[in-house]
Ligand binder design. Structure first.
Ligand code: NDP
Length: 503
């Protein structure tokens, strides 16, 4: 970090560098500004990496791949645990930096993003080492021969992460790749490179050999594209928008590269009338508020469509409206802030356009829909990319607003009359990432959950995650699964040797 602080920023500016072959490199191309979206000030710079810089990182990863694959899994796991410890030791710095880089409330960064980054490393260290676990060799016996099955690391893994949960999602890819014995080239979003740089600094003395863990920064269409088209990259794990996922799939398909694509969603929350009774409505609305507006609605699993059984509609609208009005919108660095800034002014512009398009389709805005009054915000963040949480109704089934992902604090609410109608409407987009169902009637909720076409359904909750469970989407929400053994298997190719039984 440089010693000088940019005026108005809450931290010294950070000079982000690529980590290649065990050292930070000098920039070969231009630098990109890193902006604190809440304060709208420059907080650092990151390399606008060229294709050549990316190739150097892939080269380092490629050269290190045989040795890392042969490193005993216990040693690989130990390196991951050391890195987890280093993040934990500096948790406050990591959380503060993530809040500055993304505009998310610091309390969220401290209690969700950073603990999860730490557990990603510890979880995959444990799972990789598990006797009889996903990476353990095993044999099948039968019909006079034995099939011995080993899992061999694929080689160089490209790990590309988005800006909404920068360290959380980057480490969700790096940890299983490294645990499985792949070397990696990570590519964070150029919008949010800061915590990846903090991670890279700490990784230097954790026991990763030079080239095992490389991180390159830069723009998707340049650095990202160079990474996914490099012939030495053996697998690609990508989280981001559906259009980007499609471009990556197209670019990498001719080489038959293994791919996991975690893409967008248009997730439904189905609320049954029994979840809206006076004794239940509080818990339902509290849970829904998280599902709708956590991280300013910028989580791929956020619900953007609430479908409520007609007799519960009024109670739910009232309960959500009062909670939205009470949300503390403010400086992400204030511990009491519950709702921060969107990722950038330009993203806020896109979300505002979606609200305008919804109005044009006939939406009535129940609450939100506008920027908060600047005077209501602390001085440091008056120019920030804030937008009030927005709830809209009055749209017909099949409207465009309910088809396209907005990826911001905007949701629609509509009544339904039968379970089949709710299911059909929930399934009526091209996406299939996740959904939530809210009811005390376990049988009915389970029947609805079973009929939903998506990767994960949460009943009476949202984002409860057992890291052993697979997570991912179907249809335009992606390809493949992350989590647990699925993730370790993704990075390792089965290799089978068949021998006749003696005698
Ligand atoms: P993008 O798709 O724009 O970017 C994701 C990552 O891909 C970034 O690192 C980006 O770099 C990079 N990238 C962009 N273009 C290319 C390319 N041609 N080749 C290789 N890499 C490229 O998504 P956002 O960052 O805007 O994230 C928001 C999206 O992510 C939403 O649609 C959301 O639903 C989805 N998402 C999905 C999740 C899931 O698990 N299914 C979880 C979280 C988010 P750069 O930003 O530097 O251009």
């Amino acid at each position: 970090m440089q010693a000088t602080a940019t005026h108005g920023s809450a931290m010294a500016t950070m000079d982000v560098r690529n980590l290649v072959n065990g050292r930070f490199t000098e920039r070969q191309g231009a630098a990109l500004d890193v902006i604190d979206p809440a304060a709208q000030v420059r907080v650092g710079s990151c390399p606008d990496s060229t294709a050549r810089e990316v190739a150097e990182a892939v080269d380092a990863a490629h050269r290190a791949s045989t040795a890392w694959a042969r490193t005993p899994v216990a040693d690989r796991a130990a390196a991951l645990r050391r890195l987890a410890d280093r993040i934990e030791a500096d948790l406050d710095l990591f959380a503060r930096t993530e809040a500055i880089d993304t505009g998310k409330p610091i309390a969220l960064a401290r209690t969700v993003d950073m603990p999860r980054a730490i557990s990603n490393f510890r979880f995959f260290a444990d799972l990789a080492e598990e006797a009889g676990g996903p990476l353990a060799p095993h044999a099948l016996h039968g019909a006079g021969f034995t099939s011995a099955i080993a899992r061999r690391p694929l080689g160089v893994a490209a790990c590309i992460a988005p800006w909404n949960l920068p360290l959380y999602l980057l480490t969700w890819k790096l940890a299983p790749a490294l645990a499985a014995g792949c070397t990696v080239v990570g590519k964070p979003s150029e919008v949010t490179p800061l915590t990846a740089h903090l991670l890279a600094e700490r990784a230097l003395d954790c026991g990763f050999p030079a080239g095992a863990l490389n991180i390159v920064h830069g723009r998707g269409p340049v650095a990202g594209q160079a990474l996914v088209t490099d012939p030495r990259v053996a697998c690609i794990t990508f989280t981001g928008g559906t259009a980007t996922g499609e471009a990556i799939a197209r670019a990498a398909a001719p080489r038959f590269v293994r791919m996991a694509l975690e893409l967008g969603g248009k997730n439904a929350a189905i609320v049954l009338a029994d979840a809206c009774t006076p004794d239940r409505i509080g818990a339902t609305a509290d849970g829904l508020m998280r599902a709708l507006f956590s991280n300013q609605g910028q989580v791929c699993h956020c619900a953007e469509r609430v479908l409520v059984e007609r007799s519960g509609m009024d109670a739910l609208v009232e309960a959500l409206s009062s909670r939205i009005a009470a949300l503390r919108i403010g400086d992400p660095l204030d511990e009491s802030t519950q709702f921060g800034s969107l990722i950038s002014a330009s993203h806020r512009g896109k979300v505002e356009s979606a609200i305008a398009a919804a109005r044009a389709e006939g939406a009535q805005v129940i609450c939100g829909g506008t920027r908060p009054d600047a005077a209501s915000l602390p001085e440091r963040v008056r120019a920030g990319a804030f937008l009030r949480p927005t709830l809209m109704t009055g749209l017909p089934a099949g409207c465009r607003t309910d088809q396209e992902e907005i990826f911001g604090p905007v949701a629609t609410i509509a009544p339904f009359d039968t379970d089949n109608e709710a299911i059909a409407r929930a399934n009526s987009t091209r996406f299939g990432l996740s959904a939530t169902v809210w009811s005390c009637d376990c049988t009915r909720a389970a029947r609805i959950a079973d009929a939903l076409v998506c990767g994960t359904v949460w009943i009476n909750g949202w984002m409860a995650r057992d890291l052993r469970a697979p997570i991912g989407g179907v249809r335009a929400s992606g390809l493949g699964r992350e989590g647990g053994s699925e993730a370790l298997h993704f990075f390792a190719e089965p290799h089978v040797v068949v021998t006749p039984d003696a005698g």
